[in-house]
Write a protein that binds this ligand. Structure first.
Ligand code: PAN
Ligand code: ZN
Length: 183
């Protein structure tokens, strides 16, 4: 294939030439801790939690897939808006996250039970090593925009997280960001 060129819209985070996907609270039922707050949010207009745009490329090991994500500010109960989070289907693939704007937390864990939380802020770069599940929460008052790149054959396993959940969740309590142990 030929090289390609795209552009990030700094306002929306959308990547030109990409395919945009929208995730609402109703797409995430069961992922937030507070089920009643989930139902209430869906009943009250089912807000958009995040959007992400990826450029369609061959899902092969010698390619690098990439995309941008915009998580809007908000909470479901005490829990900040977040991405679904996933393991890569091919567990032995890593990923790079570059934050453009906003304030977030990148929550990671391994199947062996290790956990890690890294702050995301404009200019922060995080490396998600192979074997770590990853999810991002927006802990600020503005949209959180970030860019991600990962091996083409990584694949996405959402089922494991949907079943077992993350060990840590990111919540607001008394105006502070709190990392709460789910286990
Ligand atoms: C990211 C994510 C993106 C959306 O590009 O896919 O932020 O989050 P979910 O995939 O968890 O809904 C990435 O980690 N790709 O591998
Ligand atoms: Zn990933």
């Amino acid at each position: 294939m030929k090289p390609l060129h795209a552009q990030v819209d700094w306002e929306s985070g959308v990547l030109s030439q990409g395919v945009k996907r929208v995730r609402r609270v109703s797409d995430m039922i069961g992922l937030y801790h507070d089920e009643a707050a989930e139902q209430q949010a869906v009943a009250e207009g089912d807000p958009i939690v995040y959007e992400y745009t990826t450029i369609e490329l061959p899902e092969e090991a010698n390619h690098v897939l990439f995309g941008t994500t915009t998580i809007f500010p908000g909470r479901v109960g005490s829990e900040y808006y977040m991405t679904k989070g996933h393991y890569h289907e091919r567990r032995d693939t890593g990923e790079v996250y570059v934050c453009f704007s906003g304030q977030g937390r990148l929550v990671m864990e391994t199947e062996a039970g290790q956990t890690e939380v890294l702050a995301m802020f404009p200019g922060s770069v995080a490396y998600v090593p192979p074997h770590w599940a990853h999810r991002v929460s927006n802990v600020g008052d503005d949209p959180l925009l970030f860019f991600a790149a990962f091996p083409g054959h990584a694949g996405h396993d959402y089922g494991t997280i949907a079943q077992v959940g993350f060990r840590l969740r990111v919540e607001e309590h008394g105006g502070e960001v709190l990392i709460v142990d789910n286990t």
